[in-house]
Design a protein around this ligand. Structure first.
Ligand SMILES: Nc1ncnc2c1ncn2[C@@H]1O[C@H](COP(=O)(O)OP(=O)(O)OP(=O)(O)O)[C@@H](O)[C@H]1O
Ligand SMILES: Cc1ncsc1CCO
Length: 265
């Protein structure tokens, strides 16, 4: 399976650079600049728009939509639902990052409304966020995971993907991508990726970008493996330079290095 998958991933990397599709992102202000730069670095064109009066028009112009609930405002809550509904109507792929869904009723309600009215093609979260959405036991502190159990979470994520008929992406030390019948684990990444805020949001923005040129399963896997590999290559002492090097690596990663460093099973 993995050799066919590798070819699909390499083709999608090239297709994104060739097509340079417009990607509409509604995300949080903590990560918005990093998400836009990550999308640009891999060859797509980001548009970060969140006013409720314009988001439907922006989504219609775009080839994919990414929505993130990391920092909800009244405007963003309305816009996320409006844009996702528009994207579904127009056949535009939707990715959703359930940041902090463990933390409040507001986030749970928005997630529930989104999943029931305009279910995303890719649902992304960390171990605790995906467990919370599935109604399973989780251990978290704020937006962070306290304890992850990859094998058990993979089963929970696969069940969720079957229920939602979509792809579920779980980030962490070992990342999980599942559509309910296929589950792939990605071992790329370094622990310090969790020490720079917004790296999960960047993975999500990349999954939205790649979903413009390939199936959601490949898009999610490509996104998370790319950021993980770039984290491995961004070999610096401090977190500030690591952050900058991460973007450097995203913009310079070759197909050869991607293929050589990809660790999936
Ligand atoms: N311990 C680890 N070892 C290797 N890679 C890791 C580790 N923790 C996180 N990563 C990688 O860091 C990236 C972000 O994943 P993480 O689970 O931290 O996202 P997140 O919790 O949504 O982050 P944020 O909320 O800051 O955006 C992924 O590419 C993941 O593979
Ligand atoms: C720190 C933080 N708080 C809400 S969203 C966010 C960015 C990482 O998700």
């Amino acid at each position: 399976m993995t050799s066919t998958l590798r070819k699909t991933l390499l083709k999608a990397r090239n297709d994104l650079r060739t097509a340079a599709p417009l990607i509409h992102c509604i995300t949080n202000p903590i990560a918005i600049n990093d998400c836009a730069n990550a999308v640009l670095a891999v060859g797509a064109k980001p548009i970060m728009a969140e006013h409720p009066d314009e988001v439907e028009a922006i989504t219609r112009l775009s080839s994919a939509l990414g929505v993130n609930i990391g920092n909800i405002t009244d405007a963003r809550r309305i816009s996320i639902l409006k844009s996702a509904a528009t994207a579904k109507d127009c056949g535009i792929p939707v990715s959703f990052d359930a940041v902090g869904v463990t933390c409040s009723a507001l986030r749970r309600t928005l997630t529930h409304d989104l999943l029931s009215t305009a279910c995303p093609d890719i649902l992304k979260g960390n171990d605790a966020e995906i467990r919370a959405i599935a109604g399973a036991h989780f251990e978290s502190r704020g937006i962070d995971v306290l304890r992850a159990d990859t094998a058990k979470t993979a089963e929970i994520a696969a069940g969720l993907a079957r229920t939602l008929h979509n792809v579920v992406l779980v980030t962490g030390k070992t990342d999980i991508v599942t559509d309910g019948s296929r589950t792939v684990f990605c071992e790329n990444g370094v622990p310090r990726l969790a020490l720079v805020t917004g790296t999960g949001c960047m993975v999500h923005a990349l999954s939205a970008a790649y979903s413009a040129v390939c199936e959601p399963f490949a898009a999610a896997l490509l996104a998370v493996s790319t950021l993980g590999i770039c984290g491995e290559l961004a070999d610096t002492a401090g977190l500030g330079t690591f952050h900058i090097h991460l973007l450097d690596q995203l913009s310079t990663l070759s197909d050869g290095d991607y293929d050589r460093l990809l660790r999936i099973h």
